[in-house]
Write a protein that binds this ligand. Structure first.
Ligand code: 13P
Ligand code: 13P
Ligand code: MG
Ligand code: MG
Ligand code: MG
Ligand code: MG
Length: 381
């Protein structure tokens, strides 16, 4: 069967500030998913949250970008929004930026990552396992560096030297500044790896859209790469991307995929989406409550049976003592960076900040600048 995994996530309200959705909101989404499984729209579904973002992870046979799947997610997030409104929660409906979009909801606010493959549990995929990353309080290119390292650098993924992966992977990189349709370039690692790095270094403009095996043509990864402020025209919250990564066999193993996250690399995000702060790996369903408003990322692992259902449970990759060390390091990097306050590299460049209220503050000041009157030369003796 041709199976599609769709992950659609949105921030539609949170309790006690921008921390986490309420349990009633979660129950509303879980109820919606259970119904959609019952009526045959979905084969399976799983709901979790990372900070204040709810992710719906689904398998189905409708294909990518299918109106029924997208509308189901939109309606489910609307139901959670109305729970959030009734309870007086913060930011109710925040990521639902369009009025009743018809069909596909990509570009309407929620983060969407989807990939499809022939699922018959035979070579080259005798077993199908995948991971879902969900990040909160961070910019759209948060996965650029870790996914580049996992899929293009044998220092991180020694598996790249093995026959199934030695021809490398094709990176589809999207220009998130482009409006009016997706603008994408396809580059091949390792041949084009410096060109890929030249684009991916700019986390705010260029993002990985998908990664495909050169040998098998199988899609390895799909990422929701979009800039919310490009949709809303103003700052309405951070982009908080999600990613689906298939693993094992012809793809990197889970440890090769998560190990770059041990860097706790700096990304744009944090408080008011305006700082440059380390990305901290956390267990599923972690609220954002620490000092600052640290960018966080969770990672859930699943297997899929012959019918397209998830295994009876999931693996929570960052819920392991090994990551405590990384979390401590992320926190100390954060303290270090925040000790610099607003100065220079500690905050995002003005081009990013201009979508928020900082623009108004600076614009008002710009109006008050005056050309200095030329100093009169000293009277000649
Ligand atoms: P196991 O023997 O536990 O399956 O480990 C295999 C492996 O190759 C780890 O990457
Ligand atoms: P969210 O996108 O998670 O709501 O984050 C917004 C923000 O500005 C954090 O301060
Ligand atoms: Mg929020
Ligand atoms: Mg969020
Ligand atoms: Mg957000
Ligand atoms: Mg094993």
């Amino acid at each position: 069967m041709r199976l599609t995994i769709s992950v659609i996530k949105a921030d539609v309200g949170s309790i006690g500030g921008h921390t986490k959705p309420s349990s009633r909101m979660m129950a509303a989404v879980e109820g919606g998913v259970a119904k959609a499984i019952c009526n045959g729209l979905l084969i399976d579904g799983f709901v979790c949250h990372t900070g204040d973002d709810i992710a719906i992870i689904m398998t189905h046979t409708r294909g990518e970008g299918h109106p029924e799947i997208h509308q189901f997610a939109w309606q489910t997030f609307l139901a959670a929004t109305s729970v959030a409104k009734t309870s007086g929660l913060y930011g109710a409906g925040q990521d639902l930026l369009a009025d009743a979009p018809s069909g596909n909801i990509r570009g309407a606010g929620p983060g969407v990552a989807e990939l499809s493959f022939d699922h018959n549990l035979s070579a080259p995929r005798p077993a199908e396992s995948f991971m879902v990353f969900a990040a909160d309080k961070c910019g759209p290119g948060a996965y650029n560096l870790p996914l580049y390292l996992a899929f293009a650098d044998p220092m991180y993924c020694a598996g790249l030297m093995l026959p199934p992966m030695i021809k490398g992977f094709r990176f589809h990189v999207i220009d998130m500044d482009h409006t009016g349709g997706d603008s994408v370039i396809e580059l091949e690692a390792p041949a084009d790896s410096y060109q890929i790095a030249a684009l991916l270094r700019d986390n705010e403009r260029f993002g990985i859209d998908r990664i495909v095996s050169q040998t098998y043509g199988e899609v390895a990864a799909a990422v929701s790469a979009q800039r919310l402020h490009a949709i809303a025209g103003k700052y309405t919250g951070k982009d908080d991307p999600v990613a689906i990564i298939r693993n094992q066999g012809i793809f990197p193993a889970p440890e090769e995929i998560v190990s770059p996250f041990a860097k706790a690399h700096f990304v744009g995000g944090d408080a008011r989406g305006s700082h440059v702060m380390p990305l901290m790996p956390v267990p599923l369903n972690t609220p954002v409550t620490g000092m600052y408003c640290l960018p966080i990322v969770s990672c859930a692992g699943f297997s899929i049976d012959r019918e397209g259902r998830f295994s009876e449970s999931y693996t929570d990759f960052f819920d392991n003592p090994a990551w405590d060390e990384v979390r401590r390091r992320a926190q100390s990097k954060a303290i270090e960076m925040r000790s610099q306050g607003w100065s220079g590299a500690a905050m995002l460049p003005y081009s990013e900040l201009e979508y928020g209220g900082f623009r108004d503050t600076v614009s008002a000041l710009l109006k008050r600048f005056r050309l200095r009157e030329e100093r009169k030369p000293e009277a000649a003796e």
